[in-house]
Ligand binder design. Structure first.
Ligand code: H79
Length: 485
């Protein structure tokens, strides 16, 4: 079946207006809303979040809170069609091509014998993440397409058994991450699986309820899929890679993941007390992290752990025709914005079917790394701004589609905090001096992080005025440090 732009648009509208209930739930989650905060009482098996103390949770999440910047990797068979099917551009993100173009299971599975990523180098990918200043990596072990990018005894549709490559890139990454001292997490699509009988499909779009499958080969029992493929593969991922995974990153829960079935997964997760897992398991489990997708929440999620996952262009999985890349400046300002609100930035790369990382992605990560090598102190291990109004304000007139007031960002500066420092990330260079009307600490000195030269500080009532040199030291963001007591 071919996809027309008109049909696709209808799917988007349905999803955007949340017509299907499960779709609405999943979209709420993408918007970062907590699904059900009273979940604790409702799920049959308590999860670690239900049973641990605050001190235990703080210890478990310590590295994640310090990290601030991670690499998402979307890599699978979808990198082969790279956004094109039957000679046409398919108008969705690359990793959704099977669903959007309604590709039958057998045709999609026929991609596996063509997958031979001989240019993949775990050493280069991990080095790239390190150069960028990233502290962790999360890679798609299995996306909605159902193809395991790891060696699996539980299901033959995997990179070792079904491709000429025959190697396990997750194993190579795990050993390289250990060597280079960076954490590794696994994305695993636990609910949607478009090639396993019984696996779910997102309950929205052009396909027909109740299953939204497009090929009878997808039909079956979700519980069977969960017990025969999902849980055994999660067990493999949790036990075959030494200290990895530090994170399990679930996605797009549907109504198929009942509290009972979700609790079957949680029994497995509970055996790994250091594991961090996100809020997308389903079944009423809140998980550890809020996961705003493709946006930065205006005020973060005060008191919660969170991570904005975002693409550099408009796709997660590689799409040959997508060159709509954000500038390194925008990406860096996003990182700073997120850090100032207490979150992490999980920034995506989409390697090609050969295993190469697209050059525009490499260049942007290298530019971010150059800034972080000078200014990282103002990002890693920081806590949120002590101010707040600098991020922007809710409009009194403009509304979002759902009727809530629209947040209008301001991009003059952001702030992050440590015990004895307030960092001011200046995007716009103020002429002569930088003024703060009110500082909730005593400022004892000031300098620019990039050169360390002392700057004159005037105390003005509750505030300060810091004399600045004529020009910024970095055109993207120059960090002013206020030493505080
Ligand atoms: O893995 C990435 C996405 O593939 C995944 N989450 C991130 C991390 C994700 N799967 N589903 N969704 C996000 C939400 C679904 C959005 C949809 Fe659509 C809108 C489905 C149908 C309309 C986007 C546009 C996908 C197909 C067309």
């Amino acid at each position: 079946m071919k996809v027309s732009r008109r049909k696709f648009s209808k799917g988007m509208v349905l999803a955007a207006t949340g017509v299907a209930v499960a779709g609405r739930q999943a979209l709420a989650q993408l918007k970062g809303e907590h699904i059900d905060t009273t979940a604790k009482a409702k799920h049959p098996v308590p999860s670690i979040q239900d049973t641990e103390t605050k001190a235990e949770r703080d210890a478990r999440l310590h590295w994640f809170r310090e990290a601030r910047f991670g690499m998402f990797i979307h890599w699978g068979l979808y990198a082969i069609p790279a956004g094109r099917w039957d000679g046409k551009e398919v108008p969705s993100t690359g990793e959704w091509i099977m669903n959007t173009a309604s590709i039958p299971v057998a045709d999609y599975k026929a991609l596996a014998p063509q997958f031979n990523p001989t240019e993949f180098s775990a050493e280069r990918v991990v080095s790239l993440a390190k150069t960028a200043g990233m502290k962790y990596i999360v890679i798609t072990a299995k996306h909605h397409e159902g193809f395991a990018m790891f060696e699996s005894k539980a299901d033959p549709f995997n990179i070792v058994e079904a491709t000429p490559y025959k190697k396990d890139p997750i194993r190579a990454l795990a050993s390289e991450c250990r060597k280079q001292g960076i954490k590794l997490g696994f994305y695993y699509s636990q609910d949607q699986d478009w090639t396993a009988p019984g696996g779910a499909a997102y309950k929205t779009g052009d396909h027909k309820p109740p299953t939204y499958h497009w090929d009878p080969a997808q039909d079956g029992s979700f519980a069977d899929y969960l017990h025969k493929k999902c849980i055994p593969q999660l067990e493999e991922l949790l036990s075959n890679y030494d200290e990895a995974p530090a994170i399990l990153w679930f996605d797009t829960p549907t109504s198929d993941m009942t509290p009972e079935l979700g609790s079957e997964v949680v029994k497995v997760l509970n055996k790994h007390p250091k594991l961090i897992w996100n809020n997308r398991l389903g079944g009423g489990y809140a998980g550890d992290t809020e996961t705003p997708e493709q946006f930065i929440p205006p005020n973060g999620y005060p008191g919660k752990d969170w991570e904005s996952c975002m693409t550099m262009n408009d796709t997660w999985g590689y799409k040959s025709g997508d060159n709509n890349f954000k500038s390194a400046e925008t990406l860096l300002r996003n990182l700073i914005d997120i850090a100032s609100k207490g979150g992490n930035y999980l920034l995506n790369i989409g390697p090609k079917a050969t295993g190469e990382v697209p050059q525009p992605e490499v260049e942007r990560l290298e530019a971010m790394g150059r800034w972080l090598s000078v200014n990282g102190e103002a990002i890693y291990g920081t806590t949120p701004t002590l101010f707040g109004a600098e991020a922007g304000e809710f409009s009194k007139t403009e509304k979002e589609k759902d009727g809530s007031p629209k947040f209008v960002d301001a991009w003059k500066w952001r702030s992050t905090t440590k015990a004895n420092e307030i960092y001011i990330h200046l995007f716009e260079w103020p002429g002569g001096s930088f003024k703060l009307d009110s500082v909730p600490r005593t400022v004892t000195g000031a300098y620019l992080l990039a050169d360390g030269k002392p700057l004159e500080v005037k105390h003005t009532g509750n505030g300060v005025e810091v004399a600045l040199p004529a020009k910024p030291l970095d055109s993207v963001a120059t960090v002013l440090v206020l030493k505080t007591a």
